[in-house]
Design a protein around this ligand. Structure first.
Ligand SMILES: [Zn+2]
Length: 90
């Protein structure tokens, strides 16, 4: 009787290991795709819509992880053409 119990236990453990392994892979991969995330172009972080700070550039919406990143992005946009202009004019 005790032997049967041990085999049942081994079977159960193997089953749980197999099940855990199979279940481990699928949800993590799916989750990344199903949850809507946006790339913060400044720091490269992925942010969800709810957590993001939304900046608008013409028709596009850009999602940032924080106001600091949004301001950095704006600065970069403003500085790029200016630097080009002054360089080209001089
Ligand atoms: Zn950021």
């Amino acid at each position: 009787m005790a032997r049967l119990l041990i085999w049942a236990l081994i079977g159960y453990v193997l089953y749980m290991m197999f099940k855990g392994r199979a279940a481990d892979k699928a949800p993590t991969e799916k989750r990344v795709e199903s949850e809507e995330t946006h790339l913060d172009p400044v720091c490269g972080m992925y942010v969800t819509k709810e957590d993001a700070v939304v900046g608008r550039l013409e028709e596009k919406r850009i999602y940032f992880c924080s106001m600091a990143c949004l301001e950095k992005y704006r600065d970069a946009l403003e500085n790029k053409p200016a630097a080009n202009k002054s360089g080209g004019n001089a």
